[in-house]
Every structure is written in C-alpha cells, then in structure tokens.
Design a protein around this ligand. Structure first.
Ligand code: HSE
Length: 431
C-alpha cells in the first residue's frame, strides 16, 4: 500500500455506505491527523445507481467485482449484505491482494472460517467490527482489551428491532401487542419490510456466533445456536413477569460450563434491576463476564448509518496503521474444541404460565409434579379465576432444561392443565 494515501473501494450504496462516505468526508482532516494520510474513495460499486447526494462525484460501477479487482483499490469495503454474492466478492478481493472490511454478520458467521483461512493464505486482513452491535466496539473488546482474561460469559441485547418491540410492549400500562409494536417499528424505519431475520432471532444468532467464537477461541458454529424469536410473546406474560419483578428482553447468551459452551438466542426474563433490563428501544448492550475484569458492560446504537460507519471506519484505520492480530483473537492453530451444549443441557431458571381448571386440589397436584422432578419453586402467582379457568404463574430455581421440559410434558398430560404451558427462560447473572 502506498503509505501517502489509503485507497478504498466500497461495494453497496445503501444506508451504511452513505454513512461511511459522509463520515470520511466530514472527518477527513481528523483521520489524516490520526493515521498520517488520507483515506480516498476510488470507486463505488452497486447494482443500483446510488441515490444519496453524498455519492456524487465518486466513480461508480454497477459491476461490484470490478471494484474487487480494481488495481487502484487497497481495501475493499463490503456493504452489499447477503451471503452468496458477498462471499464471492470478498474472496475475489482477497485473492486480488486487497484487505477487506465488512459489516456482514451473516457472511462472517456462516463463511468466516473459509474466509479467514483465505485471508491468512494471501496475507491480507479481513475485519468485521461493524458486523456485531453497530457502534459498540465489542469485537475489539473481546479480542484486544480483554485479551488477558478468561472469558466466562457474553450476554447481550444484540438486535435493536426486537428490543424496540419488547420495550414498546413492556411500557407500564402498555396494551401494545407484538403486531402493533412491529408495525410501529416499521413505520419508524427500525424494522425491515420483511422483519423475519430480526424477529425470528437469526440476526442475533449470527452476531452471537461471532461473539462466542472470539470469546472462547472456538470455530464459528452458527448451526449450533439455539434460536428462538419474539413472535410468540404475549402481552399477559410481560405483565405477569413485571408483577414478579422481571423485564423481558431478547438476549444472546454464550457461557462456558463444565460440559461445554451455551449458545442460545431467545426471549429472556431479567431482574428489573439488572443493567441490561434498563436497555430500551433500539439500543444494544453487551455484558462480558471475565475472570480479571469482572463484569463489564458496553452500550450503544446497534444499527444506523453513523454508528455502523463508525465501526467500519475504525477497521479501515486499524488496517492503515498496519495493526495485525489474530482475527478471531486466538492464533489459528490454537482453536479450542469445546463442545457446544444443546439447549436441553443448558441450566437456567424458568417462568411458567399454566391455565388450569378452577377446582380444589389443583395447585397441590401441580406443585407435587414439580417436586417429583426436583424443581424448586421461587415464586407463585395465581390470578382470579374466570369462567372456571385459573391462571397460575410459577418461577423456578435453576434446573437443566431437559428436566424442565419433561416436567412440562407431565403437567400438560394432567387433566388439571387445560392449555399448553408457556415457558420463558430467566437469566440470572449469579448462575
Ligand atoms: N437489523 C439489526 C437490528 C441491525 O435491528 O439490530 C443490523 O444487524
């Protein structure tokens, strides 16, 4: 690379690309003062002609591969999203001797292993800070700032859309349903027209895949993530849980246990006093538990033009400074083969909601079933029966999930229990 300038090519001309171009223009002098030379945009590639005025005057091509092979480009910024074309594009750029910066979590989570191998072979960098939690520098934190620690757990709100929806549903006195909150998120531009990736948890699963691999030094294991979205969440459970002092959030959890690593993304109840429980609207936050630094929390906007561009630009600055480090935080030969724990073997506490027949002895029969399975009850709430049906809410002590599921099967087979039992996991930082 000519050290008097860093030439970049950008593929993609959407929100984040616009944010990056705007930021590079706005902070041009600041960046040059920090790295010793300017960052110049040589070419933009996109299938669609860029609409934002910020792109005016920059050479454009509708052939993204032309950017990846452009001899003037030192670093390719991949912002096209998706996996198939992005994989081919990043591979082409690396083989053409360019480093790559990407914001693409699906690409890294699903194809990172092969891409890192390729970047090693060709001696180029592949950087991806913007792929997880937008502006929050959580990749750097895990890979660099906490490099001297044994990481014990990473727990985070890593999808702004789901957090916005759950925050709307959780406001005191709220009567906003999932569908209404989703419609509001779409109206405000937080949720996509097709919100599947966000609400079904896949976006968070991609991000957790990356966080877990860096935290624990394993391979990227997207297929091992247990993924549950928020589309089934009912307002009454949010209300009952609030009565018991809990708030509902959609969490990614990766935690090391004796038998392996938990990898799970699902709606989770948190004690309302926990800091993560205070994270509202579209904000993201990631809590890291480690042996020396203890609990540290990182908070910020997880999406949007400026916040995502900030992380893309920090990777460009790292590359221009010649920063080199193991891309996943561990040397390639040091990858650890710690098994991923199936969800049934994860340990947690639970919230259960049961609809039961309103007749004598029901409560004692239900609590006996829980006792038979050695499940300890933490709290119990019974609502006024209506038309012969009572609602019972139970929170439990920590139990391995497959035992909880067997207990629920037993409860549901009883004639006292009239509907499928609702189960929501509770996360406690104590265990
Ligand atoms: N759609 C994501 C979110 C941002 O709602 O957090 C990009 O991953």
């Amino acid at each position: 690379m000519d050290k008097s300038v860093m030439n970049i090519g950008i593929c993609g001309a959407g929100t984040v690309a616009g944010g990056l171009v705007g930021l590079l223009k706005k902070n041009q002098q600041l960046i040059a003062a920090r790295i010793g030379h300017p960052i110049e945009i040589v070419q933009i590639g996109s299938r669609n002609v860029p609409k934002q005025p910020v792109f005016d005057g920059i050479a454009f091509t509708d052939n993204i591969f032309e950017v990846a092979e452009n001899p003037k480009v030192d670093v390719l910024v991949e912002l096209i999203g998706g996996t198939d074309d992005a994989l081919a594009l990043v591979g082409t750029a690396l083989r053409a001797g360019k480093s790559v910066v990407t914001a693409n979590k699906a690409l890294i989570a699903e194809h990172g292993q092969e891409l890192f191998q390729l970047s090693d072979q060709v001696g180029q960098q592949l950087a991806f800070e913007a792929s997880v939690a937008g502006s929050i520098p959580i990749i750097k934190v895990l890979r660099e700032s906490l490099a001297g620690n044994e990481i014990e757990a990473v727990v985070g709100i890593i999808n702004g859309t789901t957090n916005f929806i759950l925050s709307q549903m959780s406001k005191p006195g709220s009567s906003v349903s999932f569908g209404q909150a989703l419609a509001e998120a779409q109206r405000l531009g937080y949720a996509e027209a097709d919100p599947t990736f966000d609400v079904e948890g896949l976006d968070a699963a991609h991000k957790l895949t990356i966080l877990s691999a860096i935290a624990f030094g394993t391979r990227l294991r997207f297929d091992a993530i247990y993924t549950q979205g928020i589309q089934e969440i009912q307002l009454e459970d949010i209300r009952f849980a609030a009565e018991l002092g809990y708030r509902l959030r959609h969490l990614g959890v990766t935690r090391i246990q004796e038998a392996g690593i938990e990898l799970r993304v699902h709606p989770t109840l948190l004690d309302e006093k926990e800091m993560l429980a205070q994270v509202d609207d579209v904000m993201n936050a990631v809590m890291v538990m480690s042996d020396a630094a203890s609990q540290t929390l990182y908070y910020g906007p997880g999406a949007g033009a400026g916040p995502t561009a900030s992380s893309v630009l920090s990777d460009l600055i790292d590359i221009s400074r010649g920063a080199t480090m193991p891309v996943m935080g561990f040397l390639p030969g040091e990858t650890r083969a710690i098994p991923a724990l199936p969800i049934g073997q994860c340990q947690t506490s639970f919230y259960l909601r049961l609809r039961v027949a309103d007749r004598p002895g029901v409560l004692s029969r239900i609590t006996r079933i829980l006792g038979d399975y050695e499940i300890s009850i933490e709290a119990l709430l019974q609502k006024d029966p209506e038309q012969g049906i009572a609602t019972i809410v139970i929170t439990t002590d920590t139990v391995v999930e497959e035992r909880m599921d067997a207990t629920i099967d037993k409860l549901e087979s009883s004639t006292d229990v009239l509907e499928a039992v609702i189960k929501i996991r509770i996360f406690s930082f104590g265990g």
